[in-house]
Design a protein. Structure first.
Length: 114
């Protein structure tokens, strides 16, 4: 598996609170505004998406490792098969040569008989 990282995820820092009037401090601490609530949900969704993406990348890296292993074994098998075909070719050529010699011998024998 690949252990290299190409980017560092930097978590979002909370926004500093804007200065507000004394009467709105109670309201601000009690309940966030609609925009802040949307931002909080969006950041939570983004963090979840990043976590999902990290898991998908790890799965992809594992699949690449498995693929590398399988293709290595396939390459070894193909080399073994090619070697076997080479030996078979040599044996067939040897048999063909012997068959031609036998054919010539038989033709000579028939010619002497006839």
């Amino acid at each position: 598996m690949f252990e290299s990282e190409t980017a560092e995820i930097i978590p979002f820092l909370p926004r500093p609170a804007a200065p507000v009037a004394a009467d709105s401090v109670v309201q601000a601490t009690a309940e966030p505004s609609a925009a802040e609530a949307r931002l909080t949900r969006a950041l939570a969704d983004l963090n979840e998406a990043i976590a999902t993406q990290r898991a998908a990348m790890e799965t992809w890296r594992a699949a690449l490792g498995s693929l590398r292993t399988a293709t290595g074994r396939l390459g070894t098998s193909l080399r073994t098969y090619d070697d076997g075909l080479g030996r078979l070719d040599t044996q067939v050529n040897t048999l063909r040569t012997e068959a031609l010699k036998l054919e010539e011998w038989a033709d000579n024998g028939l010619a002497k008989k006839g």
